[in-house]
Structures are given as C-alpha cells and as structure tokens.
Design a protein. Structure first.
Length: 482
C-alpha cells in the first residue's frame, strides 16, 4: 500500500497487455482519490486533512485593560488577570476582588483557489464566550507577611470552521499514462474548545520591589471534527469503473475530550519607582484525543491485473501539543497619569507538528519526505501600549488606552514541489498549497476605556482590530473590589 508508482511497477509480471494498463491507471487514480494512509500503531499528532486547516489558538491574555494596551501587560500585571498573565502581579492586589469577562471573536471567512479553476470556501464561526473569571484574596501567613492567591477560569481557545472543497478535474503527472479524472468533493467541520481552571499565588520580597508568582491549572480539551469525501466517478471513457468507484466513501471523525495540567511562573521587579519589569512562562501540556478513520486503500494488483481495494476502519490515538508561551515586558510611568507598556512574547507553535502525519498523500509520494513539506513556525510577537487617566469631577477616573501588536502567521503551511517526480498531479499539489498557505501576518490595533466607580466597581472595555477585519476581538470586563 502506498507504492503505486508507474516506474516501480514497470518491471511487474503484468507489464504487457491492456489489462495491466487498466490496472495501473486505476491504481494511480485511487492513489489520488482515495488518499490511502500508512497507519501506525503508535500515536501521532495533527494531520494535513482539512480538519486542521486554519487552526488558530489565541494566546492574548484575558482582560479588557490588557487588550486595550495591546496586550503588553506582563510588565504591569496589576489586576486580577495577573493570575493568568503573570501570577507575580497578584501581590499588587491588597484587597479581595471578583472579576468577570466576556469576549467576542469575529474571524473573517474566505474563499480559496482550489483545483481546476474552482473555488473552495472556508467559513469561520464568530464566537462569544465567558472568557475569564477570577476570585482573588490575600491570605495572611505571619504578622505582616501575606500570600496573595487567586482561583480562575480562562477560555484559552474557542474556534470553529466549515470547509467545502468542490470536485475538479485533474490530469495525472505521468509521461507514460496521461488521463483525466475527477477529484472528489470534500467537506469538513471543526469545533474546538480549550478551557482552563486553576489557581495562582504571589509573594512580595525586598519591601515589595521583587514579586514572585506561580500557578497550576487543569486544561480541558473538547474536540469535535469530521471530514468526508463524497463518492464520484473517474472521467476516462476507456475505463468502465463507475460502479467500483461509487463505494469510495471516506470519513475521518473526532469526538473526544481530555484533562491535562499546565504550569506557569512569573516575576516582577521595580528597580526604580517608575519602572517595573516582568517575565512569565506558561508550560502547556500535551492533550490526547482519538481519531476514527474510514479510509479506502489499495491492496495491490490481483490476478486479473486490476487493483484490489479495501477499507480501513480503525481508531488512532493522537496528541495535540499546546504551545508553550514565554513573555518579557516592562511598564514605565511617565507621569502620575500616563504609563507606557512594552512586551515581547515567544510562542512555540512548532510543537503542534511533533509527530505530524500527512494523511492526504495522494498528489505526492508516500515516503517520509512528504512530511517535511508541512510546517508551522514558532513566532515572536512584539506588543506596545499606553494608558492615560483623566479625572472626572475629581473623584472618578477615566482611562483611555491605545496599543498595537504584530502577530506572525502560525497556521499549517504546505510547500508544493511541482517539479518533483513524486508529484502525481501539479494541479492537486498547488491546490493543497493554496488550502494550507500558513495563514497571514496580522497587525493588531487596540483601543480601550476603563473606569472605577466609588472605588468598588471597575469596568473596562476594549476592541482589537486587524487590517481587513481578518480577526476582530471585543472584550467587556468588570471587577468588584470588597
């Protein structure tokens, strides 16, 4: 299985006669249409089926105040969202408080150039969620020494999409046998939610100049996905195989969940009164899920010179490595009312490709080299922001916030090699490259407002816009200080 190459088969005992030529044609067609897979008993990671096209974890910190200043918050971390962003910042919350946040993410849908001058569609779902909740309180340990603690819930990721790829006619890339066939219609759906429930604490040292924090959380992955191929027939008047190809129905489904643990550490240091520097690290787990495959594959040439086909129905244990995140930032108070923030964030998206498996191999060779054509890069995100506080009637503050950050592309990218002899169809290779193009680099521009009423109620709102509305986010958060 997975070795249907005309060059390899030319020395076969069936190389003479019309019967073997039909067998070879059918074998190559099935390679392209049935997309056979080399199943392994050991688990592997995400694959290159449409299920995982456009995967996009949003690792911006929670909190409307944070987002309003471009998410450059690790060097400040002076509200309840510090429990997630930088647990050292909890030291700056001397009173008990409750915080709640709602978030809407609107991601642009798009069309994609598919094969044969057809257009596929990627429809991303808008998501509105309760994205953060926190209860924080200082706990007195000894005399003047306290540990500031927090329990929290955070929506780490929420995304869904529907992909439709229409059938198209293609020509095989083989000098010995050129024929046209229909690439079947594919549809896929993904619904992924990643929720976090945890606890963090922070302690102050050196008269409050140095703050340290840590946290542990349980991550819950809920994943539902499905892709299917609708049966079709081959366009070749010499081959009467409509009935045989009518049963080439494929499905890949996931309906699974998993619990794993994550850890975070952080620090804040104020070398001078106006400056605070901070750092944090989030060490994320490997989530496990199970995929059910129903894939048609060839089992070789039978005694008549035609290909024999069978269906593989089985379950494969897989893993999703959630990327680790490392941040370094600073906040500088220019005046009593005006503060500047900056942060750099390193996200290890490449771990999503650990043990990556290329399920869709039809247009390419079946060896290990095909895996190297798929990639997701680690990224570095720079963040900057500023906040200016006006006083209304001398008692009520109104904070105005602006910010920006750069988000490099971090989706699955396929690099087609249309001159490689292993490419069985140039059209199909380019179609795959268009489908899995790595996403796009995005500049984010953020705005926000916030106020505190009667020193008890804090209300913040923020909007995060990208050019062309590729991904816009709106956040509203509130806190009650006891």
């Amino acid at each position: 299985m997975g070795k249907v190459m005309l060059k390899n088969l030319s020395g076969n005992a069936y190389k003479k006669g019309e019967c073997i030529m039909k067998g070879l044609k059918i074998g190559l067609i099935v390679s392209c249409i049935a997309l056979p897979i080399l199943f392994q008993k050991s688990g592997h990671a995400i694959d290159n089926t449409p299920i995982w096209q456009g995967i996009d974890f949003d690792f911006s910190q929670p909190g409307a105040r944070s987002r309003g200043i471009g998410s450059a918050f690790v060097g400040a971390a002076d509200d309840a969202t510090a429990a997630v962003t930088n647990p050292a910042g909890l030291v700056q919350l001397p009173e008990m408080q409750i915080s709640l946040e709602g978030r809407t993410v609107a991601k642009e849908s798009s069309d994609v150039d598919w094969g044969g001058n057809t257009m596929g569609s990627i429809r991303n779902e808008d998501r509105t969620d309760v994205s953060f909740f926190c209860f924080s309180t200082p706990v007195k340990v000894y005399k003047d020494f306290s540990i500031n603690t927090a329990v929290f819930y955070s929506k780490l990721s929420s995304l869904g999409n529907n992909i439709s790829l229409p059938e198209f006619s293609f020509t095989a890339n083989d000098e010995g046998s050129r024929f046209a066939a229909l690439y079947p219609e594919y549809t896929s759906k993904l619904d992924l939610a990643l929720d976090e429930l945890g606890a963090s604490f922070g302690v102050g040292l050196l008269d409050g100049k140095l703050m340290l924090g840590a946290g542990i959380s349980a991550l819950y992955l809920n994943l539902e996905s499905k892709y299917k191929q609708d049966p079709t027939q081959v366009i070749d008047p010499e081959l009467d195989i409509t009935e045989e190809f009518g049963r080439f129905h494929e499905e890949v489904t996931v309906n699974d969940d998993d619990f794993e643990f994550a850890f975070r550490v952080g620090l804040l240091y104020s070398p001078i009164k106006k400056l605070t520097v901070g750092a944090s690290a989030r060490i994320m787990p490997e989530m496990n899920y199970e995929t059910k495959y129903n894939i048609v594959s060839d089992t070789g040439i039978d005694d008549t010179g035609r290909y024999d086909f069978s269906e593989f129905k089985g379950e494969v244990n897989q893993k999703l490595q959630i990327p680790n995140v490392f941040s370094l930032g600073a906040s500088y108070r220019i005046t009593d009312k005006w503060t500047f923030f900056a942060e750099g964030r390193y996200i290890e998206y490449s771990h999503l490709m650990d043990d990556y498996d290329a399920i869709w191999r039809g247009p390419y060779n079946y060896g290990g080299t095909v895996k190297g054509r798929y990639d997701i890069d680690d990224i570095i995100q720079p963040h900057i922001g500023t906040e200016y506080v006006f006083m209304l009637k001398d008692t009520t503050p109104l904070a105005v916030r602006l910010g920006s950050y750069y988000e490099p592309a971090h989706e699955i990218k396929f690099e087609a090699s249309t001159t490689d002899s292993s490419v069985q169809s140039v059209e199909m290779a380019k179609a795959m490259e268009n489908l899995m193009d790595g996403g796009e680099d995005l500049w984010h521009f953020t705005v926000g407002l916030g106020t505190v009423i009667k020193n008890k109620y804090q209300i913040d709102a923020a909007a995060d816009f990208t050019e062309g509305a590729a991904k816009n986010t709106f956040i509203l958060s509130t806190a009650y200080i006891f």
